[in-house]
Design a binder for this molecule. Structure first.
Ligand SMILES: [Zn+2]
Length: 123
């Protein structure tokens, strides 16, 4: 993966679980032996949704996606931009608040989402 953008996850040296970086020990086996592990910064969308009425302190619209990244690693992330479609490949970015998926229309400050048709689930 020369030159391809990557993001860093943690890999447990004991049970080989890979997970989004967070303080503490391995959530599976409790080992403290964790090492940074680079994966490609892209993933396939397994599911995506938009909360019509997010909790008061959350940004609105609030879009979430379940992604499958390299090596089958699954990530639940906030979506920036348009809601991606299932099966679509999105870019993943690491931020100080966790990973985000970059959907279409990235960079546009999302308005209230009123100009966009509602999410249509696949048939
Ligand atoms: Zn472990």
């Amino acid at each position: 993966m020369t030159g391809a953008p990557t993001v860093i996850v943690l890999r447990c040296e004991n049970c080989h679980l890979r997970f989004v970086p967070r303080p503490g020990r391995c959530p599976k086996c409790g080992s403290g032996s964790l090492a940074p592990h680079a994966i490609l910064a892209q993933a396939t969308v397994l599911a995506a949704t938009e909360l019509a009425v997010p909790p008061p302190d959350w940004p609105a619209p609030h879009r979430l996606a379940l992604l499958e990244a390299e090596e089958g690693l699954r990530l639940l992330v906030v979506v920036r931009g348009e809601l991606p479609r299932i099966g679509e490949t999105v870019r993943v970015e690491s931020t100080d608040r966790g990973f985000v998926a970059i959907g279409r229309g990235e960079g546009d400050a999302p308005a209230a989402g009123a100009d966009r048709p509602p999410f249509e689930p696949p048939r």
